[in-house]
Structure formats: C-alpha cells, structure tokens
Design a protein around this ligand. Structure first.
Ligand SMILES: O=P(O)(O)O[C@@H]1C[C@H](O)[C@@H](CO)O1
Ligand SMILES: Nc1nc2[nH]cnc2c(=O)[nH]1
Length: 334
C-alpha cells in the first residue's frame, strides 16, 4: 500500500477562510479533572501536527467519519463495521501524537482508514467518554482531527436506553435533536477560549442533525425493509458511568427525551462548531426503568449483547447511508 507522505495541511482554518490566530496565552495549558488527573490543552497547531501524522500514514482521504459506539463494534471486531472497511489501515490511538487512549475495559482504541463500499472513510473504533475521566474537549479531540483530515460529514453512533414507551430493545433511533444536559450544568466541549480557526464563539445548534440525512435515513430504512425498527427521536447524554435512577428518567421523559446515553452530544457540538454535517444514530439496547415496580436493572452486558444481536443490520444500514450521504455531498460539492 502506498503510504507516501502527502502535502501537509497548511490552512488558516478548517473552513479555508483567513482569521486571526487567538493569543496562545489565553489558553490554559493544563486542566485538572475531578480525579486529579492533569489534561494538557491542545492548540490548533498540535491538531494540525496530529492530522499531518495521520495523512503521512495513509493514502486514504476520508470525507466521511464514523464514530462506532458500543452497538457498532467498539468492543469486538468480528462482523463489526470496522471489519467491513476494505483496504483498511488501523492506527492505534497510542501511536497517534496528542491523541488520548481509550480506558474502557475491552474497548478498542484505533482509527481505521479505508473504504466502505467505494467511499473513503475514517472510523473511530472506540471513543472517549466523559466518565473515563476526560474533560469534554478532550473527548472531542478526534472530531477536530477528522475535520483537519478533510472529513465533511460525521456519523456518530451510540448505544442508548430507550425512554420512549414505543421503543423496543433493538430499535434504531435516528437522532432528530439532542438535549445537552451536561451543558445545562456548564460542562460544554467548547467551554474556554474559542479558537476561531475551528469555528465561531457562539455557534447555532438548531440544525445540529442534518435534515437531508435524516430524510435519506428514513428512505433507506424502507429500502432495507427495517422501517419497523427505525424510529426518530431526541437523545440526551448524561455523564455516567452509572445508569439513571427512576426519578431521573421520569424527569428526562417529561422534558422530551426519547433515548439516554453517555456520549455523542459533545461530539456533535464540536462537529457543528467546525461546520461538519452530522448524522446521529442510537441503538436502543435496554428499556429505561421508569417505575419502582419494575425489577429490571440496566447493565452493560445487555448493552453489548444487543449490540451483537443488531450488528449485521447496523452495519448494512450505516454502509448504505455512507454511500447515499456521499452522493448528496458530491451533488452539493461537485
Ligand atoms: O459509546 P456509547 O455511547 O455507545 O456507549 C454507551 C455508554 C457506555 O459506554 C455504555 C453503557 O453500557 O454504552
Ligand atoms: N445513560 C445511559 N447510557 C446508556 N447506554 C446504553 N443504555 C444506557 C442507559 O440506559 N443509560
């Protein structure tokens, strides 16, 4: 495989327009998390270094990035989306400069470059969660790296508990919108000094999940004959790692949440900030327990079992979506 060093990134910002570089001194160098662990803040230049490293390792120039959640094979390889990627080149996170490493037991930690169908993609097999101890901005570092690599569309997948009483275990939920619960408490991946080279200080979020992609996803669900298990709803992310109490779930239900998870929202905010188009997909892995009479308890094993049960369908669905989204992207940017 040709791994020649390609022209390094030399851009003023990720969207190609010139902006003033923010004063570096405005960025706090190190942030300490609640466990006392120190996290070095990254700069734009550091992420350009990371992206150039990756570009030197692979000839693949992805326009679509996929984050594989617990339901899409971040814990196993066999039959996973990552395994479906052809001409694959896997780069472990620990080999990538400035990248965090996955700490969830059993979780993969690698970037997979290659092709889904004939579309060049990069997939994260294993993401970073807040509950692992990372600040949100660090969880989202790979999204910005993807942007620097040239990724225009992000497909963020996750496993989630179903709150909507019409949802069944194994359903897929197209994310229509999210509620940034952690943001309500002031915890936001964009918190801190803004670097205009990524995006504006105050980004809008009312079109977070691209309407066109959601429409396509519903059409594809029909074509694949899975429309009976494909729903559309509102996702929220809580910090985890514990699953929710009955009272918490009832509160979330009241405010219009359909599915609860521990990821995605901050990644989507980061992606929209740098003007990426976003599609979100949740695999409903468990029914949220909203009554004190119910005996069931959420558990991670069930999440993984349902992920395995649905991986074939998810893989086919996401692969087809990648193909359709790329056609839309070409039509917009011939
Ligand atoms: O990465 P995702 O959001 O799919 O993972 C969720 C959150 C926890 O890691 C796990 C809970 O079982 O699923
Ligand atoms: N927070 C949360 N995350 C999940 N991931 C999979 N199921 C759940 C759930 O019920 N709650």
């Amino acid at each position: 495989m040709n791994c020649s060093v390609m022209a390094p990134i030399n851009v003023d910002n990720v969207n190609g327009t010139k902006v003033e570089s923010p004063a570096k001194k405005a960025l706090p160098e190190v942030e300490t998390d609640t466990n006392g662990n120190e996290h070095k803040r990254y700069s734009y230049e550091m992420l350009v270094e990371t992206a150039n490293f990756l570009l030197s390792k692979t000839p693949v120039r992805p326009k679509i990035g996929v984050i594989c959640g617990s339901g899409l094979g971040s814990y196993w390889n066999e039959g996973s989306l990552a395994e479906t990627i052809t001409e694959a080149q896997c780069i472990p996170y620990e080999e990538i400069p400035n990248f965090p490493v996955s700490t969830v037991e059993g979780h993969y930690g690698k970037l997979v470059f290659g092709r889904l169908g004939d579309i060049p993609v990069v997939a994260m097999q294993g993401r970073f969660h807040y509950f692992e101890g990372y600040p949100l901005w660090k969880c989202c570092l790979p999204v910005r790296v993807m942007k620097l690599l040239g990724v225009q569309t992000l497909i963020a997948t996750n496993a989630a508990g179903g709150l909507n009483p019409n949802y069944k275990i194994g359903d897929l939920m197209i994310v229509k919108d999210h509620i940034n619960m952690m943001g309500f408490a002031g915890n936001n991946p964009l918190h801190g000094p803004n670097d205009e080279r990524f995006g504006p200080r105050f980004p809008p979020m009312n079109k977070a999940y691209r309407f066109e992609y959601r429409k396509i996803a519903k059409e594809v669900a029909k074509e694949l004959n899975i429309e009976n298990i494909v729903k559309e709803g509102v996702y929220t992310c809580l910090g985890g790692p514990n699953f929710e109490t009955v009272a918490e779930l009832n509160m979330l239900k009241m405010v219009g949440v359909d599915a609860v998870g521990m990821s995605t929202v901050h990644e989507v905010i980061t992606a929209r900030h740098c003007d990426m188009n976003v599609f979100g997909l949740s695999l409903i892995t468990n029914e949220c327990v909203t009554s004190y009479d119910q005996d069931a308890e959420a558990n991670h094993e069930e999440v993984l079992d349902v992920g395995r049960m649905r991986q074939e369908i998810l893989r086919k669905y996401v692969t087809t979506l990648v193909d359709r989204f790329s056609k839309v992207m070409k039509a917009h940017n011939p």
